[in-house]
Design a binder for this molecule. Structure first.
Ligand code: ZN
Length: 302
C-alpha cells in the first residue's frame, strides 16, 4: 500500500483523540490534506483545509474548515512555521476553525501572521470586516482574542498581529499575495454562486500547487491560472449528473484539469454521495493521474 494511502486509512480508522501525528515528509514540496470534506457531517472527513509543506515545514495553510484544527495538530502543523494563511471564502466549512487555530497562538508565535481573504459583496462581508466582527476587542464575537491578535490592520495587542490582505475577487488577473524566501502565492477570484471566493496558486522550488476551492468552473481565467500545475486540487462537491448553482459538475472538474494541462489531479471536498459514478463522469473529460483526497493524505509535489 502506498504511504499516502496508508496515512489516509489510518486517519479514517483512528479517532482524532488517539491518532498519532501523521507528518508528511515525501520530498522537498508536499501537500497534505487536513480536511477533504465539505459542509455535511461526515464520519471520516473534516471540512476543507490544506497544508503545503516545504522541506518538511508547514508553510502555507489554505482554509480552516470545521475539524481542520484537530487535523493540523495530527499533521504536526506548527504556527511558528507558517509563512501565510489563505482563506478562500467565508462559508463555515472553509473558515470555522480559524478562531480555534488563533486562540493561544501568541504562546508559540511572536511574528505577524500574513492572512489573506476575499473582498465582500451582498452575500458576505470582506475578509477584514469578517475578522473585525470575530476578533475586535470591544465588539467582536470572540473579543477575548482581540488583544491577542490585533485583528485590525496595523494594530497589535502584544500577541500575534494578523497582517491582513483582502483580494478583490472581481479582478480578472491574479493578485500576488505573498512573495518572499523563494515562495510565491497568487490568488484569483472564482465564481461560487453568490459568494466571493479565491483560488490560490503556490509556487516554490520550481513546482506549483493550485487550490481551486469551491467554484462553478465558469471563470475561463481559472484554466490559465492553473496552467501546468504539478498538483491541482479541485472540489468534487456534487454527484454525477447533478447540477448545482454553487459547484462544478464532475465532468467540468475533469475538463478544467485537462484544459489546464496539470500533472496530477486530486479531488477533495467530497460530498456524501456515491463516488464511483462521479469519478466515472470526471474521467470522461480527464484521463491523467487522479487521486481521491482523504484527511491527512500526503502527496509529493513534483
Ligand atoms: Zn465548501
Amino acid at each position: 500500500m502506498k504511504r499516502s494511502a496508508t496515512i489516509a486509512l489510518l486517519a479514517m480508522l483512528l479517532p482524532l483523540s488517539t491518532a498519532a501525528a501523521q507528518t508528511c515528509d515525501v520530498g522537498p514540496v508536499a501537500v497534505q490534506i487536513l480536511g477533504s470534506g465539505g459542509p455535511a457531517i461526515n464520519r471520516f472527513r473534516s471540512s476543507s483545509s490544506y497544508l503545503l509543506r516545504i522541506d518538511g515545514q508547514s508553510k502555507v495553510l489554505i482554509d480552516m474548515g470545521g475539524g481542520a484544527f484537530g487535523r493540523f495538530g495530527q499533521a504536526d502543523g506548527k504556527l511558528t512555521e507558517l509563512a501565510m494563511v489563505g482563506i478562500s471564502h467565508l462559508h463555515p466549512d472553509h473558515v470555522s476553525d480559524l478562531p480555534a487555530l488563533l486562540w493561544l497562538s501568541h504562546q508559540s508565535r511572536k511574528e505577524p501572521l500574513p492572512i489573506v481573504g476575499p473582498s465582500g459583496n451582498e452575500a458576505a462581508p470582506d475578509f477584514q470586516t469578517f475578522l473585525n466582527r470575530l476578533f475586535d476587542e470591544k465588539t467582536g464575537a470572540f473579543q477575548v482574542l482581540g488583544p491577542v491578535l490585533g485583528a485590525k490592520l496595523g494594530t497589535s495587542g502584544g500577541g500575534v498581529p494578523l497582517k491582513v490582505s483582502v483580494v478583490d475577487v472581481a479582478k480578472a488577473q491574479a493578485s500576488t499575495v505573498f512573495d518572499a524566501d523563494g515562495l510565491t502565492v497568487t490568488a484569483l477570484g472564482i465564481p461560487h454562486g453568490p459568494m466571493a471566493t479565491l483560488a490560490y496558486r503556490v509556487t516554490t522550488k520550481g513546482v506549483s500547487v493550485v487550490f481551486s476551492s469551491d467554484q462553478t468552473g465558469t471563470n475561463p481565467n481559472f484554466v490559465e491560472f492553473a496552467k501546468d500545475a504539478n498538483v491541482l486540487i479541485m472540489h468534487l462537491a456534487i454527484p454525477a449528473g447533478a447540477k448545482n448553482p454553487l459547484h462544478a459538475a464532475p465532468e467540468v472538474v475533469g475538463r478544467i484539469a485537462r484544459e489546464a494541462g496539470i500533472k496530477h489531479l486530486i479531488v477533495s471536498h467530497v460530498g456524501p454521495f456515491n463516488l464511483d459514478p462521479a469519478i466515472a463522469e470526471l474521467k470522461t473529460a480527464y484521463s491523467g493521474p487522479l487521486t481521491v483526497g482523504a484527511d491527512l493524505q500526503c502527496t509529493a509535489v513534483k
